[in-house]
Design a protein around this ligand. Sequence first.
Ligand code: SF4
Ligand code: SF4
Length: 359
Amino acid sequence: MEKQFNISSFYSGRITLRRTIQIIFLIITLLIGIKFYWFVAQLESGGAVNIGRPPGVEAFLPISALVSLKYFLFTGIFNRVHPSALVIFLIICSTALVFKKGFCSWICPFGLLSDVLADVHLYLFKKQIHLPRWMDLSLRGIKYAVAGFFIWSIFITMPVDAVGTFIHSPYNRFSDIKMLEFFTNISLTAFIVTLVLVFLSVIIPNFWCRYLCPYGALLGLLSFFSLGKIKRSSQNCINCKQCETVCPGKIQITKKININSLECSACLRCVQSCPQKNAIGFSLQGYPIDQKRIALVLSALFALGIITARQTGYWQNETSVQAYRQYILGKQMPWKTPKGIDPEKMKRMIEKMKKSSPG
Ligand code: SF4
Ligand code: SF4
């Protein structure tokens, strides 16, 4: 159940560049959140609005992005209700095809929080506590079940015309406001659940990321097709298992040559901790990739995707400030269920989506 942990080796293997990139993306996320908060505050005040709505806020609307993806795949229409949600979703998915779950360990703010809580775990317990394998495997199934539920609900059971209706419904159109309220006006239940998750992440490192995050599950599945992966050299490896000791994915690295595990987040801790030259490294189709190149390419993918979306008009959403104001002031936009769609069925579907996620 418990594995002895050489804490000094973990800290000497700390990848500062990865942490720097994580912090940069955290700051960007916080700035977007603050700007959106002030945008909504100005709308609520009823006065002039001189702060623009930051499109990056749609990164927190993954359900809307999935629905938009289905609509795009079936109709060819890239909707402008939440275009940046889909743009960011596609960028994140593209990172998994190159750097495994690199998004989780290099960019995601929740990944950073998970890392910090894992450090607290090490500080408190001086060793890494592992769950029994059967329990670990069973719990890991939860995130795939949640991801599967969303994919099945949206891609299998939702008719395309219902998808179009949902996209343009007030529920989806103003889901960014609801998402903000989720954080600024957090319910007691949500607050307690958050505290429990933080506590569990201290007791069991990476609890949220490893067992519950459906986004991570989806990226893990996509990462199976990743062009880049960790490779171990059986000639140079001395089987010291230092790499396994620091691996947050708890991957049995020394039993493999190519690390195809869905849990690998390209964090490069294994590479940093390895005492042997050329025993392990991240390789992109045979080309060795160090942490500087990962940082550069990940940042470039985000920059390129966002610039392209801006230039082609698929970054800013179409909803006017006036519509936002009407919604906020309680005058909901008129919305009729289109012909051919059972209003009760549509209502039930939206209720189901509401229960599933704030976004
Ligand atoms: S195998 Fe290496 S890169 Fe992958 S998660 Fe483990 S330590 Fe990180
Ligand atoms: S890859 Fe490096 S750290 Fe891992 S067992 Fe081999 S020599 Fe040790």
